[in-house]
Design a protein around this ligand. Structure first.
Ligand code: THU
Length: 133
């Protein structure tokens, strides 16, 4: 059973620092890498709307920049009634660095609401091994 509190604490702090002046929808994400290090990200929007970056993508970039190459678990936090699940593009970005059974927790600032496996969110997916040899 995964201990989500270290993820949640960091993700909420990141969510509060989100730059989301256009949607006002603040999201935080935290990935844990193969070294046990946590990497946080927030969404960073842009006046040229499509150039905005999701919280998950920010967290993955921070992980890679710090030397991490595997996601062992990820948590996403946002507010509102609906579950803040990763968007389709972010599911694929997570797929690059995670396994089918990697857990993806979806949280509100009060706690984890649902835990999915990556395979549940992105079934029959395409990944790095398709390009191997
Ligand atoms: N957003 C994320 O950062 N992650 C998600 O999982 C869902 C959506 C951001 C993108 C945009 O800045 C805002 O939330 C509204 O879509």
């Amino acid at each position: 059973m995964e201990t989500w509190q270290p993820f949640l604490d960091r993700a909420v702090a990141s969510m509060q620092r989100a730059y989301a002046p256009y949607s006002s929808f603040h999201v935080g994400a935290v990935v844990r890498d193969e070294h046990g290090q946590y990497h946080a990200g927030s969404n960073v929007e842009n006046a040229a709307y499509p150039e905005g970056v999701c919280a998950e993508a920010s967290a993955i970039s921070a992980m890679v920049a710090a030397g991490g190459r595997r996601i062992t678990a990820i948590l996403v936090v946002g507010e509102g009634d609906a579950l803040v699940t990763p968007c389709g593009g972010c599911r694929q970005k997570i797929r690059e660095f995670a396994a089918a059974d990697t857990e993806v927790a979806v949280a509100s600032p009060n706690g984890v609401r649902r835990v999915f496996t990556l395979d549940e969110l992105l079934p029959v997916s395409f990944g790095p091994e398709h390009l191997a040899d």
